[in-house]
Design a protein around this ligand. Structure first.
Ligand code: ASP
Ligand code: MG
Length: 490
């Protein structure tokens, strides 16, 4: 019996990615700017708190104590909106019905003012904090209706992070830290893609260093809103849903942080979504390439751009549970890859498959270039691709704006669009040296039609399935790759 077979039940989904300390395999490390000796002396931590870690004033105080307990309580704090708030604000930006609007505004007022009361107790009434919260809540009623929607939306949804940053700054002060709120709009410079803005790395790096390093040197704890930025002209932008992780990574990279901690409400990155696969386990660590693929292909625990950005500048990320801070969490190493084997599985529902067939007389060499040129001009992100001599098929998220793409493609090809599919992805390291892997995945799913197979890297193998049932697919594959003999962390 080969070693492969002996291992197959327990080692494929390995518990940890063990690697000696590593500058191991060439990360595409962008060079960290040198010149300011303060940077190398400081290496502050960056702590980012997600919405559930900030769901109430009590939780904010708890988060503040976690910051205080870290090394010397120094570093930068990045906050998300309180849990559920961004969704409500998006609704507010969409609806016109005055009753619905009133209801949302009242609810947001209640949640944040109650947070303030929990943080400050009796001192909250009439305090600067209460006035600042009221002012920001009031601006929500006054956003000009003639602004184009994406701009208007960003002005509105940014209130979530603005309000939580005010509260968390106060919570940190309550536990004795010299916190200071710095508006992320002064630091994160972006383009004008409202709703999905892309940070200008160099400018953001420069601003972060010039604004934050002096404060850190004084021992202050800067608190910034995640997810927000501003254009050159000072217009508020947002980085896309879940973008606070991205902010934390950008700041971590700019400041040469020793580690960026993503505080969330689960114990770390799991071998599969634990809500769908009860026997899923927490990974102690993983390489960044796996983390990026996993985040992109369905694991919601971390924003894909965050991992990419931090490790590109050799900052490691750690995902930790603010409700169980004794758990070590998952370390995303700056190593490009972890140790060999499948580390984790992810499922992404609501996937569309677009099949483009070239017309019979079309030249063989220009076809793909033309297809992808159409996609690039429409700024459609393609996830997976497979191609044959006459066709190319690729996936995008359901609901991607395909009308124009379709029209343009149809000028030189036949186009078919299928929606409601799912993608399952196995991530790990050295997958190409596991020849049986694809066969095992396909066997375990042998009653589900597979529409596309893609393995473009050594770190991920994806199947596009005619199934939106992630729970069933993940359970079967998790069982196949073996996890049942290792204890659950809970
Ligand atoms: N509050 C934003 C969202 O819910 C950003 C974030 O939490 O990362 O998407
Ligand atoms: Mg998040």
């Amino acid at each position: 019996m080969s070693a492969k077979v002996i291992c197959s039940n327990d080692l494929e989904l390995r518990r940890t990615a063990i690697m000696t300390d590593g500058n191991a395999t060439g990360t595409d490390a962008a060079e960290f700017p040198s010149g300011d000796p303060g940077t190398s002396l400081l290496h502050p931590g960056v702590s980012k708190f997600g919405g559930t870690s900030l769901a109430t004033g009590q939780r904010m105080l708890h988060a503040a104590r976690l910051v205080a307990s870290q090394v010397d309580g120094s570093g930068v704090v990045v906050v998300s909106a309180m849990s559920g708030v961004t969704n409500r604000l998006e609704e507010l930006a969409r609806v016109d019905d005055p009753d619905v609007r009133r209801e949302i505004l009242d609810e947001l007022g209640r949640v944040h003012l109650e947070g303030g009361r929990q943080i400050m107790g009796d001192a909250f009434r009439g305090s600067d904090l209460s006035k600042a919260l009221e002012r920001r809540l009031q601006t929500l009623e006054d956003v000009p209706t003639d602004l184009p929607l994406p701009r208007r939306r960003d002005r509105i949804v940014s209130a979530g992070e603005d309000l939580s940053a005010l509260l968390v700054t106060r919570a940190l002060i309550e536990v004795g830290l010299p916190a200071i709120h710095i508006d992320a709009r002064r630091v994160v410079r972006t383009d004008e893609r409202f709703g999905q803005a892309i940070p200008d790395d160099d400018e953001t790096l420069r601003l972060a260093r010039s604004l934050l390093l002096p404060l850190l040197k004084e021992g202050r704890v800067p608190v910034l809103q995640g997810f927000l930025g501003a254009t050159d002209s000072g217009e508020t932008t947002t980085l896309g849903r879940g973008g606070s992780d991205f902010t934390a990574a950008i700041l971590g990279a700019a400041l040469g942080a020793r580690e960026v901690t993503i505080w969330t409400d689960v114990d770390g990155i799991f071998t599969a979504d634990p809500r769908l696969v009860p026997e899923a386990r927490v990974l102690e660590e993983m390489g960044y390439e796996e983390a990026v693929e996993l985040a992109w292909f369905g694991a919601r625990v971390i924003h894909p751009a965050a991992a990419k950005h931090a490790v590109g500048r050799r900052v490691s990320l750690r995902v930790r549970n603010s409700l169980r801070p004794e758990a070590p969490g998952t370390l995303i190493r700056t190593d490009r890859r972890g140790s060999a084997g499948v580390a984790a599985l992810a499922f992404r529902p609501r996937v569309s498959l677009i099949t483009v067939r070239s017309r019979p007389l079309f030249m063989a060499w220009g076809f793909l270039a033309r297809v992808f040129d159409v996609l690039a001009r429409s700024e459609i992100a393609v996830d997976l691709v497979a191609t044959s001599h006459t066709s190319t098929a690729f996936t995008v998220a359901d609901g991607a704006p395909l009308d124009r793409v379709r029209r343009e493609l149809e000028t030189f090809s036949e186009v078919e669009v299928e929606t409601g599919l799912g993608t399952v992805t196995a991530v790990g390291a050295g997958l190409r040296s596991r020849p049986g892997l694809a066969a095992r995945l396909l066997m375990a799913l042998d009653d589900i039609p597979v529409r596309l197979v893609s393995q473009a890297t050594d770190a991920a193998l994806s199947l596009v399935l005619e199934s939106g049932d992630g729970a069933e697919v993940l359970k079967r594959l998790h069982r196949e790759l073996g996890t049942t003999d290792t204890p659950s962390p809970h």
